[in-house]
Design a protein around this ligand. Structure first.
Ligand code: PAF
Length: 280
């Protein structure tokens, strides 16, 4: 497995990588959720192609009071895990090389980012779209794989690829969960023992809402309240948002017509967790 830090070297290698090239963009601190994306990438490249994983904690997608500095960076461990999964190339540039001090060009999606995480984290998705654009230019993948846990990110990136005509196919993969239902996240390591014990309530609340929805007609507001009240039973939980939306437009939607996305963002202390259930 090659590990490349230099942007110039990556650009040089890109020209000769065996195709198809399948990219899994990450911020490192890899868990089984990321590794499941890598396994899927391996499947898609077959015997001939190349699996590329990027590890880059991207400063612009963190707000000023968010966890950029303390975001876990177990780089050596990540590389070992990727090597064991058969990844071909890791691209891990430095922030100083990715962004010149006077960088002034960004990529902004302007509709889907106004709600949910985009509303709570102003500028976050401009940071995401800009870095993913840069990674697409640098790696020139045929396919890029993203997890469904960041459902809004996935929807926005699909829109970006469509609207800016990137020659990249976006593939989505399902959320990987702990046995108690908690969605895997690099941020789970920040949870105290008590918070960790309570955190699966997010998934339980979304599942309960899904079950209710399947059994009886229930309004958007009633469903949102149900999810919120259920999560707030956890003494350490502070709900950031609960959303019942159309999975394509991310606009609030009466859940009579499926599909509908049930999503929530919840603070446990300073750790912000997100989760969702797509009801088809
Ligand atoms: O989902 C993530 O880990 C990040 O938002 C991404 C897509 C790697 C961009 O920094």
């Amino acid at each position: 497995m090659r590990i490349v830090e230099s942007i110039a070297r990556m650009q040089q290698l890109t020209r000769s990588l065996p195709r198809p090239v399948v990219l899994v963009p990450t911020m490192g601190a890899l868990h089984e959720g990321h590794l499941a994306l890598v396994d899927h990438a391996k499947k898609l490249v077959g015997r001939k192609g190349s699996t590329v994983v990027t590890i880059f904690v991207n400063p612009p997608q963190f707000g000023p009071r968010e966890d950029y500095r303390k975001y876990p960076r177990p780089f050596k461990r990540d590389c070992l895990l990727l090597q064991n999964r058969g990844c071909d190339l890791v691209f891990a540039p430095t922030a100083a090389n990715m962004y010149k001090p006077d960088a002034s060009v960004t990529v902004m999606e302007s509709q889907l980012q106004t709600v949910m995480c985009g509303a709570s984290r102003p500028g976050h998705f401009v940071g995401v779209c800009t870095v993913v654009t840069k990674l697409f230019h640098l790696v020139q993948p045929d396919i890029a794989i993203f997890g469904e846990k960041d459902f809004q990110q996935l929807t926005i990136l699909r829109r970006m690829v469509r609207d800016l005509n990137f020659p990249v196919r976006i593939v989505a993969r399902p959320i990987v969960r702990e046995p108690d239902g908690l969605a895997l996240s690099s941020r789970n390591v920040f949870l105290s023992a008590e918070e960790r014990q309570q955190a699966p309530l997010i998934h339980q609340a979304l599942r309960d809402a899904e079950n209710k929805l399947r059994l009886q007609s229930v309004s958007l507001r009633a469903l949102e309240n149900l999810i919120r009240r259920r999560i707030e039973r956890a003494s350490r939980a502070k709900v950031d948002y609960v959303a019942v939306v159309d999975p394509d437009t991310l606009q609030a939607k009466e859940p009579r017509n499926l599909p509908v996305l049930l999503a929530a963002a919840v603070f446990f202390g300073s750790t912000r967790l997100i989760d969702n259930v797509l009801v088809k």
